[in-house]
Write a protein that binds this ligand. Structure first.
Ligand SMILES: [Zn+2]
Length: 475
């Protein structure tokens, strides 16, 4: 088969796979979290933030039929089928299921590296995240198995896109879990392998050379896969010119502004040096213009970085409750060390403000901004971190409606799936989250998840959260 035909057939296979994602029957291990599983459901008298960026609309009715949104509009004008199970949800807000574009299902800290096939997917779903992309992996086969189990209805969780292992240049340590690529031929072979294993994206790390990155991107695109990266040795502009699809973390990882940057080398303390960058300056403007022109999306992961800023970091009591007791002690000790010489990584509040400012500038320039948690061992957790991003986007100056679009529709667009999820519109798959309260006027209400629908099945958020109490960090 020639490469073009192969690429087309891979894309078709991927579409078919996602279309088949809804299982016919849920296993008892999943069904126990289901609160609503009627074929016709009406959510009446809700406020809707539809994910398109349009202003929130009050007193709406959403009709779900056979897993899809059949109608949405003013409660007075949408007719509710007589067969519908009607949920009167006055006082609630409905948003699209969130699309988390930098997600992990492991816990990693200085002392721990654990895969969490039970707690991570439940926490994403409980917090309204109905689709995730793993963005690099330490245990890619666990994630492939999780994806299969979720698709088959034996594991509760979000729809998953798999990236495979972290790909990088030379190893910094013999203990590395990454796949280190030393030649273009090797890069192409590894990409082909993960394409065959079911990855739809690949994630490249910060010591890769331009030549290797170019080979990864070229081979991935030929196989119908896309590429994102946590860059350092290669600048955003260089990666954009090579055809990369997405760059992670925004301003803090763009080494383009580091004085005397050597080609293909990651400058020492690259992240800290970004504090000198003038986000309103011509260099940033030029970089953003080039990213936008080449359709390179940027993933914002503000919530994980905030937890490295001593003056801002606050551990979320909900997240602490989810942690296993021994893990919680470690997270709290690391947190207490922030701002002291015992701390591994401190982030300046000034740089954090610049990161927010960069995200705004990128969107203002027409860029596709998506978001995720990058849950790490510092208290940033699956789901909770996604919701913290909402508050941070509002603080950064986005309207709540824009923030929701970044967190839902934009992710679906980047995944090439905006035709069937990411917004609340008739015809789309019924991935929606029902929130008790009004996050448009009170951003902290975003955490009050009541029901999360994926493929039209409504999961009880509280039951999911209750089931993983004290589990995060161990299973
Ligand atoms: Zn990550």
């Amino acid at each position: 088969m020639n490469r073009l035909l192969l690429a087309i057939s891979m894309v078709l296979a991927a579409r078919t796979a996602s279309a088949q994602a809804k299982p016919t029957k849920l296993a008892p291990t999943v069904a126990r979290f289901v609160a609503v599983d009627d074929s016709v459901v009406a959510l009446t008298h809700v406020r809707v933030v539809d994910g398109t960026g349009r202003p929130a609309a009050d007193d709406q009715t959403i009709v779900i039929r056979d897993g899809r949104i059949a109608a949405v509009g003013r409660a007075a004008s949408v007719s509710v089928p007589t067969t519908a199970r009607v949920l009167d949800l006055a006082g609630h807000t409905v948003i699209p299921g969130l699309v988390g574009m930098h997600e992990h299902t492991y816990f990693a800290s200085g002392t721990r590296l654990t895969q969490m096939p039970v707690s991570a997917p439940r926490l994403y779903l409980a917090n309204g995240v109905t689709t995730i992309r793993t963005t690099g992996s330490f245990f890619p086969y666990v994630e492939i198995n999780m994806k299969r189990a979720i698709d088959e209805g034996t594991l509760a969780g979000p729809r998953m896109h798999i990236t495979g292992p972290y790909l990088n240049g030379d190893p910094s340590s013999p203990l590395s879990y990454e796949r280190h690529l030393r030649s273009e031929a090797e890069a192409r072979r590894v990409v082909d392998y993960w394409a065959a294993e079911g990855a739809t994206w690949l994630k490249v790390m910060g010591t890769v050379s331009r030549a290797i990155l170019a080979a990864v991107i070229d081979e991935a695109h030929q196989r119908g896969l896309r590429v994102t990266a946590h860059l350092c040795s290669v600048t955003f502009r260089e990666a954009a010119a090579l055809g990369i699809d997405n760059v992670e973390h925004g301003l803090i990882t763009d080494s383009d502004y580091v004085p005397d940057k050597q080609a293909d080398a990651c400058p020492r303390d690259n992240m800290k040096k970004q504090i000198e960058v003038d986000v309103d300056g011509e260099a940033v403007k030029r970089s953003i213009r080039e990213l936008v022109a080449r359709h390179v999306a940027v993933t914002s992961t503000l919530s994980v970085y905030e937890l490295f800023v001593a003056s801002r970091a606050k551990l979320d009591p909900r997240a602490l409750d989810a942690l296993a007791p021994a893990v919680r002690e470690e997270v709290e000790a690391d947190h207490a060390a922030l701002g002291t010489e015992k701390s591994e990584f401190d982030l300046s509040p000034v740089l954090f403000q610049k990161m927010m400012q960069y995200d705004r500038a990128f969107v203002r320039a027409g860029g596709l901004l998506v978001s995720g948690v990058d849950p790490w061992g510092n208290g940033s957790l699956p789901g909770y971190g996604d919701l913290r991003n909402f508050e941070l986007f509002v603080e950064a100056g986005f309207t709540p409606e824009e923030a929701i679009r970044i967190m839902s529709a934009n992710g679906a667009t980047l995944l090439g799936e905006s035709g069937w999820h990411g917004t609340i519109e008739a015809g789309k798959v019924a991935d929606v989250a029902v929130i008790n309260g009004d996050p448009v006027h009170k951003p902290a209400d975003i955490y009050n998840m009541a029901l999360v629908f994926r493929d039209g099945i409504g999961y009880d958020s509280k039951k999911l959260i209750e089931s993983v109490k004290g589990q995060v960090g161990i299973r």
